[in-house]
Design a protein around this ligand. Structure first.
Ligand code: GLP
Length: 260
């Protein structure tokens, strides 16, 4: 794991945007694994700005989002389809036909999950998987105790995740209880992973992910098995790391080391 600690959230987002724009420059038809959540909003803003001001192009990329709520149609204002449209797709030159999210309103969500997994494989797998982390250590909607061998499927959301996401809905009861999410194994198969965490509320989950045991109770800890996982943190999210000095020695201010 490459742990990069940046002075603040803005610097963390800029560092992540550098990695993504470099990946797309190196491989214009890259398959991107995209994520949602509050953490990603400034990242998509920054990528849209680079598209506008610096001609960064997503025209040939293909994207697969991690997850979608079951029961929400794409035009539902709280769906991840809607989030992606508003936050990113509407502001860049990505081809809508090559953007994919699980179909939360599919009549048969299990069949839709299997079809989604097959579609990722058909596209040749994911080159760069973007990830956030839940306060409980989830990645995508792989909640604590999710199988580390899991594939795209239906997951029941924990009460804590529903409470964390309630802010987007009118009430707790209206916050969906089920989602389709790519699995931990699907995520581990990506050629590179880029997880971003900012703010003190993520410090405990980050410490468990990086320094805790490899355990399904913290699904993000599965990234310990990934050969090319980069974790981008601001100082607050890095606050509980026991080996923080070491990470800062290897990558001062989150810069690449001489051996990267
Ligand atoms: C959601 C998403 C995750 C995301 C997480 C953190 O539940 N399914 O993919 O990483 O929440 O979100 P936030 O960035 O808002 O803290």
């Amino acid at each position: 794991m490459k742990v990069l600690i940046l002075p603040d959230a803005q610097a963390a987002i800029a560092r992540a945007a550098d990695i993504i724009t470099r990946a797309v420059a190196a491989k214009p038809d890259a398959v991107l694994g995209l994520a949602t959540g509050g953490t990603m909003v400034p990242l998509y803003d920054e990528l849209a700005r680079r598209h506008r001001d610096e001609s960064v192009s997503f025209a040939q990329t293909t994207s697969f989002n991690l997850d979608e709520y079951i029961g929400l149609a794409p035009d539902h204002p709280c769906s991840y389809h809607h989030y992606m449209q508003e936050a990113f797709f509407d502001h860049v030159d990505i081809d809508p036909a090559r953007t994919h999210l699980p179909k939360g309103d599919a009549p048969d969500p299990q069949a839709a999950s299997e079809a989604y997994e097959a579609l990722i494989a058909q596209a040749g797998g994911i080159d760069l998987q973007l990830l956030g982390i839940g306060q409980n250590g989830h990645i995508g909607f792989n909640e604590p105790t999710a199988s580390l061998g899991s594939r795209t499927r239906i997951k029941t959301l924990t009460r804590s995740t529903r409470e964390a996401n309630q802010r987007y809905f009118a009430s707790f009861d209206e916050t969906p209880q089920y989602a389709i999410t790519t699995g931990v194994a699907t995520i581990l198969e990506s050629r590179k992973c880029l997880l971003i965490a900012t703010g003190a509320s993520k410090a405990e989950a980050v410490a468990q992910m990086v320094e805790g045991p490899l355990a399904a109770v913290c699904p993000a800890s599965a990234l310990q098995l990934h050969k090319r996982a980069t974790i981008i943190l601001d100082t607050e999210a890095a606050g509980n790391l026991a080996l923080r000095d070491y990470y800062e020695t290897v990558h001062p201010r989150g810069r690449d080391s001489a051996f990267d």
